[in-house]
Design a protein around this ligand. Structure first.
Ligand SMILES: *Cc1c(COP(=O)(O)O)cnc(C)c1O
Length: 408
């Protein structure tokens, strides 16, 4: 078995089992060195162009993580005014923050403009309002939908023709009329299709559409290609070959800049790529339940804490870190929520005994940040391992946290 998919024992020398003894379960644990190496891989793949990385912080919205990334020179991409405020609490200056809202009240955009955050507008009605309110006094970026479908999980794609995201490239003329009427200063063009970058050439076809669109805007400072970086979730999974992608994409970008007549910045907004593999979600086995057809391992968590398997049909590898050398058996790992909340069907896992700690892999992205209090369950604690030390970066919730906003 590939190392990455074996039950992890220690991270930076720190025992995961000991962490569960110290902080309890369920517990999210993040390995800062993995986030750092992913960031460095991206920056080295694009070392020949002027790259800016904007971490899509909705993937893992923890101030400690964001503060650390900021120290590395990584910017941040936000999708709500609340995320903007959190990024500022993490020490980001407004100019390092990019705000890409969809279907929000215009007052949120006004608020972000007042703060001095870079605004990315993704619909024509909003662009009209923006133009009416600010004219050419506030530069902005526009989000296009290039309508490319490059494969990947259909639950996550946002570039299809009836997607609610972005302004269709087919509406370019209409958009240009709005830009002209209000003398808007468009300094960036953006796309984020949600499609996986399986093959650089396929992604490049989408990029070409954005280059084509970019030619209509003479004041550009950057082109933002969103995300789409794929990370492996299970053995044999394809992941984006970053060095190859960087080489191909950088060359296309340099060619575009030559033709455009000015050197622009190239932006990416990875979420999953930076934090997914760095995260481990540790849960305790409450019961081993043998039914007539299935062997269940029921754990002290559920879709309230990690919704991706039920929501996106996502695969999260599961290992037994309490008994890694046990004889493998086939289990369905399920949660304690009053829903069918299955973490994994028919998984071959080293023999699970009651009280064993199971580890869900790839839990760094859209794990905690998509968690809820459904069934009035408390949300887990989060621990960050950085420079060989573990620190609690979010304490476990208490019942009081849930009751705080209710009339008692
Ligand atoms: C969510 C999001 C991203 C990040 O997507 P990943 O798949 O996590 O890399 C980037 N840009 C925008 C606008 C997003 O909404």
């Amino acid at each position: 078995m590939n190392q990455q998919y074996d039950a992890p024992v220690t991270i930076q020398g720190i025992s995961l089992l000991e962490l569960t003894e110290q902080y309890g379960t369920p517990l999210y644990v993040y390995d800062a060195s993995k986030i750092k190496s992913q960031f460095e891989l991206l920056t080295s793949a694009f070392s020949t162009v002027s790259l800016k990385v904007k971490y899509a912080c909705k993937a893992l919205t923890n101030i400690a993580v964001m503060r650390m990334m900021r120290e590395w020179g990584c910017g941040v991409d936000t999708v709500s005014i609340e995320e903007v405020m959190i990024a500022m609490r993490a020490g980001y200056s407004p100019s390092e923050i990019c705000y890409t809202p969809n279907c929000v009240d215009f007052s949120e955009i006004e608020h972000a403009v007042e703060l001095g955050v870079r605004i990315n507008i993704d619909d024509l009605s909003m662009l009209e309002k923006f133009g009416h309110r600010y004219g050419n006094t506030v530069p902005c970026c526009v989000r296009f939908n290039p309508h490319i479908l490059a494969g990947g999980n259909p639950h996550i794609q946002v570039g299809h023709i009836d997607s609610k995201f972005g302004i269709s490239v087919y509406q370019l003329r209409h958009l240009l009329r709005i830009v002209e009427n209000h003398s808007l200063n468009i300094v960036g063009v953006h796309m984020h299709t949600g499609s996986d970058i399986l093959d650089p050439a396929t992604f490049l076809r989408g990029a070409e559409i954005l280059f084509e669109t970019a030619r209509s805007f003479p004041n550009l400072e950057f082109i933002d290609f969103g995300s789409g970086f794929k990370v492996p979730y299970k053995e044999g999974d394809y992941s984006t070959n970053m060095m190859e992608f960087g080489a191909v994409m950088s060359e296309a970008f340099r060619n575009f800049c030559n033709e455009y007549g000015r050197e622009l910045e190239i932006w990416f907004e990875p979420g999953k790529f930076l934090v997914s593999e760095a995260g481990y979600f540790l849960v305790k086995t409450n019961v081993i339940k043998q039914t007539v057809s299935t062997l269940f391992a029921g754990v002290n968590s559920g879709q309230n804490h990690l919704i991706r398997p039920m929501f996106y049909d996502a695969y999260h590898h599961i290992t037994n870190i309490s008994n890694p050398d046990g004889t493998p058996r086939v289990y369905s790992v399920v949660g304690y929520i009053c829903e069918t909340d299955t973490f994994g069907w028919d998984r071959k896992i080293a023999e699970i005994r009651e009280d064993d700690i199971l580890c869900m892999h790839n839990a760094g992205a859209y794990g905690f940040s998509m968690s809820s209090n459904y069934n009035s369950r408390l949300r887990p604690a989060e621990v960050l391992i950085h420079n060989g030390e573990a620190s609690l970066i979010r304490r476990r919730e208490t019942l009081e946290d849930i009751l705080r906003t209710q009339e008692l």
